[in-house]
Design a protein around this ligand. Sequence first.
Ligand SMILES: Nc1ncnc2c1ncn2[C@@H]1O[C@H](COP(=O)(O)OP(=O)(O)OP(=O)(O)O)[C@@H](O)[C@H]1O
Ligand SMILES: [Mg+2]
Length: 270
Amino acid sequence: MPDASGSVARVSSEAFVTFDNVGVTYGSGAARVAALENISLSFRAGDFVSIVGPSGCGKTTLMQTLAGFLKPSHGRVTIEGRTVDGPGADRGVVFQQPALFPWLTVAGNAGFGPMLRGAAKSQRTEVVERNLRMAGLWDFRDRYPYELSGGMQQRLAIVRALANDPKILLMDEPFGALDALTREQMQEELHAVWRRTGMTVLLITHSVEEAIYLGTDVVVMSQRPGRIMERIAAPFARRDERNSRAVKSLPEFVAMREHVLSLIWRSGHS
Ligand SMILES: Nc1ncnc2c1ncn2[C@@H]1O[C@H](COP(=O)(O)OP(=O)(O)OP(=O)(O)O)[C@@H](O)[C@H]1O
Ligand SMILES: [Mg+2]
């Protein structure tokens, strides 16, 4: 069903991803750390879910259970009704530090996923060119990661994650190391990709403003052991108005930002 923006989002009323009473405990004995407790959450295809919460509350842990890098100690995570039991090409992952292959060129990194899947060379070339042009990296296709700026590296990491046309894009603080201007540009690019493809996105961010600006849903987590304090539907991502400064200073935007900040602040002082 097309959304209000006209994009062909893979929207359905069915739950696409579910966290069903998920708990994660690391270690044992004195070293035991309860990272997540009673996480029940579901979202639909095409949702853009932002996750915020204090440092150490289990955000990365939560993402890793969906990525399939980590098995929950309790409960289960499902995608389209199937239990996640390992990583898969249906999920693209972008880490906080761009995890690029330094021995491959920009084009080599961008085409790595399709190569691994055994895609035909002609198809690989086409995907690589389309994605690198979109990310403004086409002119740098023969360079190596060390020749790129931090922002360009992060864009390349996103391109690499998108190359398999994943159903779900998982991003852990992807813009944390960027300057304010580059960060806002990257937010616009991510937003444009989401609108165009209708893919489902899970974004972990320390920026409450970013979470509300980009997310259709904002999930606020408590101090460790991480639980869900509140899930808020945010209307701004589906708006056609994309003047980011104007949107971010709307009274309703500011009110939501202050509400989320006060939740996090209270969680850290309880
Ligand atoms: N591999 C691990 N072994 C043991 N403990 C871990 C491991 N990974 C994370 N933890 C612990 O689990 C808790 C949650 O960590 P996690 O990385 O998920 O938090 P986070 O919300 O992503 O934090 P940040 O915002 O700082 O990135 C922390 O107390 C951390 O020390
Ligand atoms: Mg983390």
